[in-house]
Design a protein around this ligand. Structure first.
Ligand SMILES: [Zn+2]
Length: 338
């Protein structure tokens, strides 16, 4: 999203640059998240909780001071999210986390759609939308379908829906921050699967109405599950992304392995069979009868693959763990104050 004429200039130049072809600059959406950049940022502290930032053509605008600002202020980014909340963020390099390298390694699986499972058998369940809020959201969705496009009432409905999803996505972001910090603090090598978002968001299957051929019954439970998955899919890569950024800044390593058959392969004997998945949570090896939690079994496969690739391309070290030197500070990570 081009935020001003300078950004637009860069976007156009990149689009026509034969060495570095970029996508066509996209139109600004009237409805999507909005934002702009302030250059030569000036900030004033008003109190312990409040600050003010100088917005060109607008003057001093107050903001809630939620965390320490970077030492040197560069740009500031002002955004309006879909729920109608304004934020200002001040880009800063990712600070290093305090950690003691001890050679610990971990694999992270995503077998269950709504949780991360580690090779140690630890489960991290992603925050979900509550049943009550999901029902409210689906009711609003139906109301919006009846409202005239472009009307003020429809916009009000859209805002209310966005407020519901924002609540869950906020909690998911917080969840990702906590998990990534813990993973980087406790491990020297963290292995994720390469994320494929294909097939993650499926539409709920239509249920035919027995009384009226060709018509369909409402499928609320599936719609609710679909809603959860939709929200999840948009932020599913976040734990891995934040882990990577924190690891780079803190001297830990992150690799991503091929996810194929990690959930069907037996960690003990290597037997790979789709029948090994007895049920969603249970793994049972068809050849020798090894059992494990399905997620933990997959996470152990992921870890083994990560270790194999890490040791084949790194200098000998602690179990093939390559000390990862940050090549550049994790620019683009932002600290935001809202
Ligand atoms: Zn086995």
């Amino acid at each position: 999203m081009a935020t001003d004429i300078r950004d637009f200039g860069h976007a156009v130049a990149a689009f026509f640059d034969p060495d570095n072809p970029a996508g066509r600059p996209s139109y600004r959406s009237k409805r999507g998240a909005q934002g702009f950049v302030i250059r030569d940022t000036k900030v004033r502290r008003l109190s312990r909780r409040w600050g003010a930032v100088l917005v060109p053509k607008c003057g001093w605008v107050r903001f809630r001071w939620t965390r320490a600002l970077p030492g040197k202020l560069g740009m500031a980014r002002v955004t309006l999210d879909l729920a109608g909340r304004w934020h200002v963020s001040f880009p800063a390099p990712q600070p290093a986390l305090g950690r003691q390298p001890a050679g610990a390694v971990v694999g992270i699986g995503r077998v269950v759609r709504t949780a991360l499972v580690t090779s140690d058998g630890q489960h991290y369940r992603a925050p979900r939308i509550s049943d009550r809020r999901a029902a409210r959201y689906l009711a609003l969705q139906q109301r919006m379908a009846r409202q005239r496009k472009g009307s003020a009432k429809r916009e009000k409905t859209r805002r209310a829906m966005a407020a519901i999803t924002a609540r869950v996505t906020d909690r998911r972001k917080d969840w990702a921050e906590k998990i990534s910090t813990r993973l980087v603090q406790q491990h020297d090598l963290i292995v994720f699967e390469k994320l494929s978002t294909k097939g993650m968001v499926r539409k709920p299957a239509p249920k035919p109405d027995p009384d009226r051929p060709g018509a369909y019954l409402p499928n609320r439970a599936r719609a609710k599950a679909g809603l959860n998955r939709g929200i999840l899919a948009s932020g599913w890569g976040l734990p891995a992304t934040r882990t990577q950024q924190k690891a780079e800044a803190s001297g830990a390593a992150v690799t991503h392995t091929d996810p194929r058959f990690t959930s069907q392969q037996c960690r003990v004997c290597g037997h790979t069979d789709p029948g090994n998945r007895e049920s969603q949570p249970v793994f049972r090896c068809q050849q020798r009868g090894h059992t494990d939690h399905a997620g933990a079994n997959a996470a152990k496969n992921i870890l083994a693959r990560g270790l194999a690739t890490a040791s084949s391309c790194a200098s000998p070290g602690t179990r093939g763990v390559r000390p990862h030197k940050p090549e550049r500070s994790a620019a683009g990570t932002t600290r935001s104050a809202a």
